[in-house]
Ligand binder design. Structure first.
Ligand SMILES: Nc1ncnc2c1ncn2[C@@H]1O[C@H](COP(=O)(O)OP(=O)(O)OP(=O)(O)O)[C@@H](O)[C@H]1O
Length: 288
């Protein structure tokens, strides 16, 4: 099985927003980061992947199976982490463990208590008294304690302090040593992705712009800087988006060869960060 998650032509329409015709395949054994501006549709896609939301049209397959026939078997193999209150607020972590553990075939108590210890979580305090970061850690401890092959997370590092954030990324990297595991997570913190992501999926206004390896992204995109006089209607076509300032222009290209042909050494070409790519593609003039 090459792809653990496959979305085909997935569409979901809300009153003021829609997910349009999403085709997305998540590769097994890799970490894929899911990025996009606020309101681009990341949580909606994650919920569709988790069968918490039904698409209006299209196909969703996880581990090659359909939720209609294999919901329990699929969920057994996924650890899902998100920041909304998944748990009954009045309960403590011990109670929650008692409720959740029997639902999983491969629940591992030792692992659970190890994470509780490592994340310094109190077992007997009501979840509603937990800080946002502690709630995320609790959600993680549960998700990681049943040997999930697929870990799906909605902004797992949001609300975490920088030290724990780094520890979490290290932990996720350790989990990936088992070559069968797959991680798919959304984030706004692109430096997290620089640390651990193999693939990046980028969504803009409900449409998937790309799903590429970090290597391909580094090869495809570049930031170009030069004097404004170099720009005209023709030369500007080499760019996805151009930003002019009084001191000169800065632009994103997805075709470095063409930029080299047109401008030669009259421009400076630099590697584009994920943040640059997100910023320029947000306003981009054409799809890629
Ligand atoms: N149940 C719903 N009913 C109506 N509109 C919804 C519903 N759920 C989400 N939306 C709308 O869909 C759009 C996308 O929301 P979504 O939460 O998927 O974005 P996101 O990319 O996860 O954003 P953020 O980065 O801010 O968390 C938003 O405009 C939101 O208001």
């Amino acid at each position: 099985m090459e792809h653990v998650i496959e979305l085909k032509n997935v569409t979901k329409t809300f009153k003021d927003f829609s997910i349009k015709d999403i085709d997305l395949q998540v590769k097994q054994g890799f970490v894929t980061g899911f990025i996009g501006a606020n309101g681009a549709g990341k949580s909606t896609v994650l919920k569709i992947m988790m069968n918490l939301l039904k698409p209006d049209a299209g196909e969703v397959k996880v581990f090659g199976h359909d939720y209609k026939t294999h919901e329990k078997a699929i969920k057994d193999r996924i650890g899902f982490v998100y920041d909304a209150n998944v748990f009954f607020e009045g309960l403590n972590l011990k109670d929650i463990k008692r409720i959740v553990a029997p639902a999983y075939k491969r629940w591992d108590d030792t692992s659970f208590y190890q994470y509780v210890d490592q994340f310094e979580l109190p077992l007997n305090k009501a979840i509603k008294t937990f800080s946002k970061g502690m709630q995320m850690k609790a959600s993680l401890a549960i998700a990681l304690s049943h040997h999930a092959e697929l870990i799906v997370m909605d902004e797992p590092t949001a609300g975490l302090d920088p030290i724990f954030r780094r520890e979490l990324l290290d932990l996720l990297q350790e989990l990936m040593i088992d070559g069968n595991r797959t991680i798919f997570f959304s984030t706004h913190i692109t430096t997290d992705l620089d640390r651990i992501a193999d693939y990046i999926a980028f969504i803009r206004r409900g449409k998937l712009v790309f799903n590429k390896s970090v290597h391909d992204i580094a090869e495809s995109y570049a930031l170009v800087k030069g004097r404004n006089e170099l720009l005209d209607r023709d030369t500007e076509r080499a760019f996805v988006h151009t930003h002019r300032a009084s001191t000169g222009f800065e632009a994103l290209t997805d075709n470095i060869e063409v930029v080299n042909d047109i401008f030669g050494d009259m421009v400076v070409i630099e590697q584009a960060s994920l943040e640059d790519i997100m910023y320029y593609l947000k306003e981009g003039t054409h799809d890629v």
